[in-house]
Structures are given as structure tokens and as C-alpha cells.
Design a protein around this ligand. Structure first.
Ligand code: G3H
Ligand code: 13P
Ligand code: ZN
Length: 307
């Protein structure tokens, strides 16, 4: 099956009250773990590549790994650029075969974000490629863009932004942030704002970044085996279920993959200090990615048996 566009996936998810997981990929084990989970759950998948991932693995390597995956797995899959910072990066990945791009102008003033997004939309739509944009800012680090504080998305600005840019989906800020330290006190998201945006943009797919749950199982395991991941806190899974029923069609998960792999590898090294064959620890790490992603698909996103 060739790489696909998010169009049909999001349409079905929107009306079915579930979301598609967008998982960040950086190497072969991560790609394989995610795809094995998608196959086990018969779930569509979005695999996304950040600027950091392109730098680490090389865009062509990731693309070729995806080609291999597509030959083996009979699943609808999107290859998406995560947090594209410039028109040129979006153009390069579109030329490289990606079926979806994010242009992240969220750090720019409103009018400049509109102008940049429009430029990408025109180029991408001529080539049948989907465009995700972002309005509002997430606290924390977004690749090279960092923002001290959340600036939540204004519903009327969201409507104007979508109308004027023609973007296909929109990442919104309602209180999530990237990384493992999302909340100081009780986790809280602005669901009222989400509901308002959804009501004002009917049938329009929204995207939630910074949506890892920072699973205590892996934080505890990492810490038990020598890690220092103190006071980590993520988005509770029931918040994600609720968002998926309110117009959020794409839920981004990266930190949970990192934590699962790291926890399992730390445990392995402590229990097997004599081992030095990378397959011995990358194998269990890949299995941990698969199990964690399968759990998300089945119990949180609700995208099982949708193909
Ligand atoms: O949004 C950020 C993603 O988690 C990607 O992170 O830039 O370190 O690859 P990265
Ligand atoms: P997390 O850091 O919560 O996994 O968010 C990932 C993300 O939004 C990638 O764009
Ligand atoms: Zn993000």
C-alpha cells in the first residue's frame, strides 16, 4: 500500500469520535515498533519526522525505512513532517515523498504566520500534500522554537486563520506542552476553549501536540535503574480520550516513546552488565515501543479495527 494522505483518516476519525496517533520516528527500531502495534490493532498510523530526526537519521534513510515498512505492512500510513520551520524544509520533504507537512509559524506574529502558511499551502496543494499549521504557542521546546509560556489559541483567530490560509488541519494550544514536564500542579487543559474552536470550525480536524502521558510505569522504571527523571508529568489518558471526541483527529506522541525505550534499556544494562550486543537491548526497546503504542491505539486513541 502506498503512503496515504490524512484526508480519509481524519474524516473517519472526526465522525467516529476517535483520533489517529502521530508518532515521532528517529530510527529503525522505533518505526518497526510503531508499525507492529498498528498491525496488531489494525489501526491507521501517522509517522512523523522532526528536524532533529532528519538531522539524526537523514531524511532519505527514514524514507527508505518507510518504503520497507510499506512493503511488509498492509496499513494506511502517512509520512508527516513535524514542526517544519520554513517553506524550504516543507518543499524539500514534499519533493522527497512525504504526504503531509506541518508548517509551524506559531512563533511568528499572526499576519506573518498566515503569510508563511499560505505559501506552503499553495505549494503543497498543487502536489496533493496535506498541510497542518499551528496557531497559539505551547510552553516548552518545539525543536528550535521555544516558548516560555503557553499562549492559548483564540477561537476567532483560529477561524480567520483557517479561512485565510486554506490549511487542512490546525494544531492548537489548550495547555499541553512538549516533553516530560508538562504540569507543575494538577494537570489541566482548557476543554471549554477546545469545544468552542470545534463548534466554530465544524468538520475541521484539530491537532494536539505535546500529548504524551509520561507513563509512570516508565518514569519509575527509568528512575529505579539509575535514571533521574524527577517530577515528570504528562497529559492524563482520559483527557486525550475526551479531546478525541471533540474534534481532535491527530494526537502527537514522542516523549512516551523515548521514555519507554530508555527505561527498558536502563533496566537491561543494570541486569546484564556483561552484554554489549546492541540487538540485545534494542530488541526489548522495540518491543516496549510496540506494547506502549498498542496500548495507546487500543485504550486511548480508539483507532483499533478502523481499516
Ligand atoms: O515536538 C517535538 C518532538 O518531540 C520532536 O523532538 O526535535 O527532539 O526530534 P526533536
Ligand atoms: P510529547 O513531547 O508530549 O510526546 O509531544 C510530541 C509532539 O508534539 C511532537 O510534535
Ligand atoms: Zn509538537
Amino acid at each position: 500500500m502506498p503512503l496515504t494522505s490524512p484526508k480519509e483518516m481524519f474524516n473517519a476519525a472526526y465522525h467516529g469520535g476517535y483520533a489517529i496517533g502521530a508518532f515521532n520516528v528517529n530510527n529503525m527500531e522505533i518505526i518497526q515498533g510503531i508499525i507492529q502495534a498498528g498491525e496488531a490493532e489494525k489501526s491507521p498510523l501517522i509517522l512523523q519526522v522532526s528536524a532533529g530526526a532528519r538531522k539524526y537519521a537523514g531524511q532519505n534513510y527514514i524514507y527508505k525505512l518507510m518504503e520497507a515498512a510499506l512493503e511488509e505492512a498492509d496499513l494506511p500510513m502517512v509520512l508527516h513532517l513535524d514542526h517544519g520551520q520554513t517553506f524550504e524544509i516543507c518543499r524539500d520533504v514534499i519533493e522527497g515523498g512525504f504526504t503531509s507537512v506541518m508548517i509551524d509559524g506559531s512563533h511568528l506574529p499572526f499576519e506573518e504566520n498566515i503569510a508563511l502558511t499560505k505559501q506552503v499551502v499553495e505549494y503543497a496543494h498543487d502536489r496533493g500534500v496535506w498541510v497542518e499549521a499551528e496557531l497559539g504557542r505551547l510552553a516548552g521546546v518545539e525543536d528550535e522554537v521555544s516558548s516560555e509560556e503557553n499562549v492559548y489559541t483564540e477561537p476567532d483567530e483560529a477561524v480567520e486563520f483557517v479561512e485565510r490560509t486554506g490549511c487542512d488541519s490546525l494544531a492548537i494550544a489548550i495547555g499541553t506542552s512538549h516533553g516530560a514536564y508538562k504540569f507543575k500542579g494538577e494537570p489541566k487543559l482548557d476543554f471549554e476553549r477546545l469545544d468552542k474552536i470545534t463548534a466554530m470550525l465544524p468538520n475541521f480536524p484539530l491537532v494536539l501536540h505535546g500529548a504524551s502521558s509520561v507513563l509512570p510505569e516508565f518514569v519509575d522504571m527509568a528512575n529505579q535503574y539509575g535514571g533521574k527523571v524527577a517530577d515528570a508529568k504528562g497529559v492524563p489518558e482520559d483527557f486525550l480520550r475526551k479531546a478525541a471526541k471533540s474534534g481532535v483527529c491527530k494526537i502527537n506522541i514522542d516523549t512516551d516513546i523515548r521514555l519507554a525505550m530508555t527505561a527498558v534499556i536502563r533496566k537491561f544494562f543494570q541486569e546484564n552488565p556483561q552484554e554489549f550486543d546492541p540487538r540485545k537491548y534494542l530488541g526489548p526497546a522495540r518491543q516496549a515501543v510496540k506494547d506502549m503504542v498498542q496500548h495507546k491505539i487500543k485504550n486511548v486513541l480508539g483507532s483499533s479495527n478502523r481499516i
